[in-house]
Design a protein around this ligand. Structure first.
Ligand code: NAP
Ligand code: HSE
Length: 451
């Protein structure tokens, strides 16, 4: 018998001899928790067939037990205290879909310490404490699974952790946040303003409880940190991933991008370079023929290169009730199957390579930016002179009268080091004729140009 299984109550189990059922305790009954209950209920036979055992819900914890619910758990199952679910000896497996760092983190750790497999959709928790929680799972001979934490319904963790594990991953570039992709798509295709598009994303259950996490790029930073950790085997802390969000993107930027034959997307990228893993989140102009340009609405996509497989791309709904529940239930099935087979144990993921994760170093890209200037003789010459001093060359310039608001310049640079452009724009902002300088946004031509 595998010595890892000595303390495992399922150690004697086999498909024939094992438990007749595996019981699940769910922490959270919001967008995702509701989807998980619906799926376990509606597809129960399919789940049992895939798991080799029936999966039954034995407890659901919420903050407010009196709140009206779209789905109502069986009488007696709803608890106001996560401890009543996690510590219940009648619960074999814990699903954490409450979100946030605490108390979610404490309950996930507690469940692992009890030797119970945990499934979570909580990218914030995995990105900040994943290494510690994976260690706890290892020590207590159980598993932490988190497929739903990245890309909603896209099975990207399984792909990187298992199917592509024989490759050296070169680069990952993704649209990893459904809310911001939905907002940018509505602004681009339908002319909807940012606040209205955000409100729609919230109503559809895509946004985080604090949508600032989506808009600021923090959510995407957590997700690329997780993907980089899985792909490169090194813990990449989300807090160290440089990020820019989409708060500064205006409808005018979206329209200018379209005139340039591009769309604006919030991208996340990671690659291993010079002995370190570099990750970042940034908005970018993508030409319409770029593979990621066609990813619209709540859809996410992840482009991955491996030294054996070459280029791959994974696509699907990145947020929302049932797509996310699909990933959670997939993890529940994998965990239930292991319990039913006697708790087969091996380390799934190791994030302990002694290789530091680092912010990207200087990198060159072409940039787009807009300026609002007053009609003053010599204004253009002054701005161009500042750009020239910083060795920023222009690839394109257009000027358009904007009535009393002044003249709008739309500029595209030749590939330039980002810091040089930022320094130039800082000086230009102080020129007397310049009323406003917009955000400089990268322009990508090919996936490999993602820096
Ligand atoms: P949500 O709709 O806000 O639901 C959160 C649930 O957790 C609610 O049922 C809430 O109870 C419960 N809860 C919160 N704090 C609690 C506490 N201290 N004790 C007991 N219950 C507590 O959130 P969600 O959208 O389902 O997201 C859940 C997790 O999944 C988050 O980590 C999120 O990042 C992740 N995720 C979400 C999506 C998505 O599309 N929404 C996709 C992928 C991953 P009440 O109902 O009583 O308030
Ligand atoms: N708020 C997240 C998003 C949920 O919009 O992508 C899925 O992780």
């Amino acid at each position: 018998m595998n010595s890892c299984l000595v303390n495992n109550p399922w150690r004697a189990g086999t498909l024939e001899m094992g438990p007749k059922r595996v019981t699940v305790g769910i922490l959270g009954l919001g967008t995702v928790g509701t989807g998980v209950l619906r799926l376990l209920d509606g597809n129960g036979d399919r789940v049992a067939q895939a798991a080799g055992v029936r999966v039954e819900v034995a407890g659901v914890a919420v903050r407010d037990v009196h709140k009206p619910r779209v789905v109502t758990p069986a009488p007696g199952l709803l608890k106001g205290d996560p401890g009543a679910v996690v510590n219940d000896p009648g619960v074999d497996l814990v699903v954490e879909v409450m979100g946030g760092l605490e108390p979610a983190g404490a309950w996930v750790l507690r469940a692992l310490e009890l030797g119970k497999p945990v499934v979570t959709a909580n990218k914030e928790l995995v990105a900040s404490r994943g290494r510690e929680l994976l260690d706890a799972a290892f020590r207590h001979r159980t598993r932490l699974r988190f497929e739903a934490s990245v890309g909603g319904g896209i099975p990207i963790i399984a792909a990187l952790g298992d199917s592509l594990a024989g490759n050296r991953v070169g680069q990952i570039i993704g649209i990893l946040n459904g809310t911001t992709n939905y907002i940018l798509s509505r602004m681009t295709s339908d002319g909807v303003e940012f606040p209205a598009a955000l409100a729609e994303a919230q109503a559809r259950g895509y946004a985080e409880s604090d949508p600032g996490a989506d808009v600021s790029g923090q959510d995407a930073a957590c997700k690329i940190a997780i993907l980089a950790s899985v792909a490169f085997g090194v813990h990449v802390p989300a807090a160290e991933v440089p990020r820019e969000g989409i708060a500064g993107i205006t409808s005018r930027d979206v329209a200018c991008a379209r005139e340039l034959g591009c769309v604006i997307k919030l991208l996340a990228s990671a690659k291993e370079e010079g002995g370190t893993v570099r990750a970042r989140v940034f908005p970018a102009l993508l030409p319409l023929d770029h593979p990621l340009a066609a990813v619209t609405g709540v859809f996410n996509a992840v482009w991955v290169t491996g030294d054996a497989v070459g280029e791959t791309m994974f696509y699907g709904q990145g947020a929302g009730q049932l797509p996310t529940a699909s990933a959670v239930v997939g993890d529940i099935i994998a965990s239930a199957r292991e319990l039913a087979r006697g708790g087969v144990f091996h380390p799934l993921l190791v994030w302990d390579r002694p290789k530091p994760a680092q912010a990207p170093g200087p990198s060159e890209a072409a940039f787009y930016f807009r300026m609002l200037v007053s009609e003053q003789p010599g204004a253009l010459a002054a701005a161009v002179s500042v750009l020239g001093d910083q060795e920023v060359a222009l690839a394109r310039f257009t000027s358009r009268g904007r009535g009393q608001g002044g003249t709008e310049w739309v500029l595209v640079t030749q590939p330039v080091e980002e810091q040089r452009l930022k320094d130039a724009l800082c000086i230009i902002q102080g020129l007397p004729a310049v009323k406003q300088v917009g955000n400089a946004i990268r322009i990508l031509d090919a996936p490999s140009g993602c820096g």
